[in-house]
Design a protein around this ligand. Sequence first.
Ligand code: ADP
Ligand code: MG
Length: 700
Amino acid sequence: MNTQLQTPIDYLKGVGPNRADLLRKELGIHTYQDLINLFPNRYLDRTKYHKIGHLQRNDADVQIIGTITGLKEVSQKRGKRLVAKFKDESGVMELIWFRSHKWIKESIKINTPYVVFGKTNWYNGMFSIAHPELELLKEHKANLRTAMQPIYPSTEKLSNKGITNRVMGKIMQQLFVETNGRFYETMPKYVLENLKLIGKSEALLNVHFPKSPELLAASKRRLKFEELFYIQLQLILKNLIHKSKIKGFQFTAVGDYFNTFYKSHLPFNLTNAQKRVLKEIRQDLGSNAQMNRLLQGDVGSGKTIVALMSMLMGLDNGFQCCLMAPTEILSVQHYNGLLELCKPLNINIKILTGSTKTSNRRIIHEQLETGELQILIGTHAVLEDKVKFKNLGLAIIDEQHRFGVAQRSKLWKKNKVPPHILVMTATPIPRTLAMSVYGDLDISVIDELPPGRRPIKTVHRYDSNRLNVFKFIREEITKGRQVYVVYPLIQESEKMDYKDLMDGYESISRDFPMPNYQISIVHGKMKPADKEFEMERFIKGETQIMVATTVIEVGVNVPNASVMIIESAERFGLSQLHQLRGRVGRGAEQSYCILMTSHKLSEDSKTRLQTMVKTNDGFEIAEVDLKLRGPGDLMGTQQSGVLLLKIADIIKDKDILEYARHTAKEVLQKDPSLSLKENEVILHTYRQLMKYRNIWNYIS
Ligand code: ADP
Ligand code: MG
């Protein structure tokens, strides 16, 4: 790595203290190195202009010449938005600003030719661009146009203070002058050759000043690979170090509990996937390293039995185990289920939640400390400091996305030696994302449903079709089935949502009157005991319809329920819809999911609904979800740093990520300490990255 690249940005000709300050504060650019790694967000073909009348719905960035004929402010939920009518000789469209329009309102010149660019949206029969970049045609003409003009990341403050994209380009040019455009090669020759990657200097030059589309593509590929490679290298190293340093309890024996259960009390044959995963867990528990494993399995794939059998391995070795779930309902359900399964084994199992009575709580605390209590099921209450185990050997967390990293580490501290940890989730995380987010966890996947399940039939119906839907419900109930009707509950509009829920409940009560029909209702505002009572009635089959908010989203298991109606389905995210649908299809009967919506649907909502209708595959759904929302919104990934990637994109560059991970693994397999001559540059680059802490941003 060139030491010159560690020079503070102030020293670059044309920057100076004021600009340096802005670059530091706004973009985190401290050194030459940071600047060279400021990659363009995109490239514009500035030699092409679009006409409003010929815009296509899937046009990305467009550049249009026209005039603003009028401005108006429109009230919205929070504040106002500014809308400008923008026209050329072929048509009219809108320019929209949702924020900070005072400055824009005052500077816009009416009826003066502008060049506008940005990404178009199609809404209510009209094209629009939100937060467009605006340039007076006169000024626009004075600049040279290229077919691949880099557009650098920027902020409002930067452009206000005159550091425009053009200035940025000049600064970048100066950097290449001062460094002669020669940069340290960070990948070994054999990797470059094997993967046909171009050299570092050529890649940097062409990403900032593309000579041809082909060279630009090759440059991006090379730089993305490098970025992902070093992240993967670090994750894998971290995992290796973790395994060699952190000793865990070694579960050497497979004993009576496990064997007796397996031979005599298993209520069904395990699927091959369940067997495989159990083997993986068994291997971890039998090694003397602490297990940190993520178990992914679609809803209904049978994670619970895997959890139980893992805990039995713990008991066989004289350890206590605990299973945590995110909600009271789910904990209770786990407790009842496991109690039933464990009955013949004579195991001491108890449940601890927020509503456990003080007297019971005291017994639990006591028995945990003496070691008498073998399996503890519960909610977050299990994490409280007062809860002390004699020897917690294995902790299982169900539905991980409701728990944060902080809770995981709290569990760690329950013992002097950290317990083995198994995290289970039904929100499938696409493999690529899991690789980069949970690099420190090992991953097991149950990719097979128990036999005999019929795929759930999913349809989309408009509210105007409600009568037919009710008729269908009636038929299913006559056949002896049960039905869920779920309403959205979003915090911001909580009041409205409760009203919707209650209105819905009333209308259903009218159409399904007692005594022929019994209806349960469950929502977040009820006392836990009432909730449980209502749930129990439904589980026992005393009620045929369960009207609920999303409290039932996670885990609830009523195999006789065969219809899931989701009201205002357009308001749910994809993973939530999939979770909800997973509540049915648990028995042998054909199950149905009906997505109810109004006629007014955004493009994204339509995509979500179509995806649900098209597939039952949680992984496929997760991929679409990731595409729609971007990785930042996925639960639990916020702190993981996937968003801090400089050039690669976890979703779009999936293939490169896989190559990078594969290559990093190969390198480390052959040379775990990176001491071979051929890997010298890797070791050097890695040390530099650590030293300048760039990479830590990604990870911690
Ligand atoms: P999830 O992975 O969503 O937690 P569960 O563990 O609740 O799924 O299992 C869903 C249902 O499938 C339960 O009723 C369970 O008893 C049943 N089940 C699990 N594994 C099998 C299997 N191998 N064969 C048949 N049924 C199974
Ligand atoms: Mg479950």
